[in-house]
Design a binder for this molecule. Sequence first.
Ligand code: NPQ
Ligand code: MG
Length: 371
Amino acid sequence: MRIRSVRMYRLRLPLVRPFRTSFGTSTAREALVLRIETDDAIGWAECAADPEPLYSEEFLDSASIVITDHLLPRLLAAGDTLTAADVARTLAPVSGHPMAKHVLETAVLDAELRAAGVSFAHRLGAVRPHVRAGVSVGIAESIPVLLDEVGAAVEQGYPRIKLKIEPGWDVEPVRAVREAFGDIDLQVDANAAYDGRDIEHLARLDAFDLVLIEQPFAENDLLTHAAATRRWATPVCLDESIRDVTTARTALHLGACSIINIKPARVGGYLHAVAVHDLAVAQGVPVWCGGMLETGIGRAGNVALAALAGFTLPGDVSASQRYYAEDITEPFVLRDGGLDVPSGPGLGVEVDPSVVAHWSVETRELIGSRR
Ligand code: NPQ
Ligand code: MG
């Protein structure tokens, strides 16, 4: 495809409630949104990176520089026969930066699929029209506040609740939620806040019949995750550690997890995400789709991915209104404990240019329509 123009917006979308994790508190989502125009269609994608390198080493300004100075020039140099399937190989000489690569591949894929009239769900291999949705509940200021938030989510019909934990906020909040809400599907996510000295402390969570514990230890500490997998009854799930198919294969070989959280942004795009899914399915490992507080653009792709056969656990794919009063696409709405998978061409959602303009703090034309 011939890329005629590339525009990058930096958005600042207020969150309807602050979101606190072990690595910080967010009151707004800042995102890069990319719009590429080809001869046949317009493609959209968003970058999941945050302003600060806290979840992983990427951040918005690093993504912006890598895209403009190192990735986009390579895509343009590849010429007009470039397809979405070629993007990863074309960008592979650049080391790392999966979130920056993800946004370019996704925009090209969206344009390609919109032009062909094919949905993301169909292209990725989805097998269901509706996916179950979970919520991720941030660290609260007190147990009663936490119980209020969990209660509201249960009331709305979410079939699975995930609690963010950190040292000092783990066994007691889990106990309180279990006691208040009984037999709900409950899991926890530590975002790497613990280390090997905490294995015995976290073994106390075995008493609460959790679905899983997500990323208790550092991203590169597969051996401690393997030790915990042997020690705990609670299944260990990896998020930050799984950067590609290779780390997934290594983690499974070491017994460092029994469940994988797949985030397209973290593994460098939807096509890599499908490859991690396929590996997990081949090894009988359940997967679920993680989230990065995406706008409707990223949410649409994630919902399509979550519709693949191996995604047997509910994902962090909540309704838009859980995060945003006003989204940049039509909102995703909770129905029967889940979301409908878009079936229209490409991502299957329409971006509202006036809403994008309203929340943009910066707009840059990376290449014009001069070619
Ligand atoms: C996780 N996501 O599974 C991530 C953490 C995360 C839904 O829990 C801005 C602020 C962006 C906080 C992206 C969920 C973020 C963020 C991801 C937290 O680990
Ligand atoms: Mg996580």
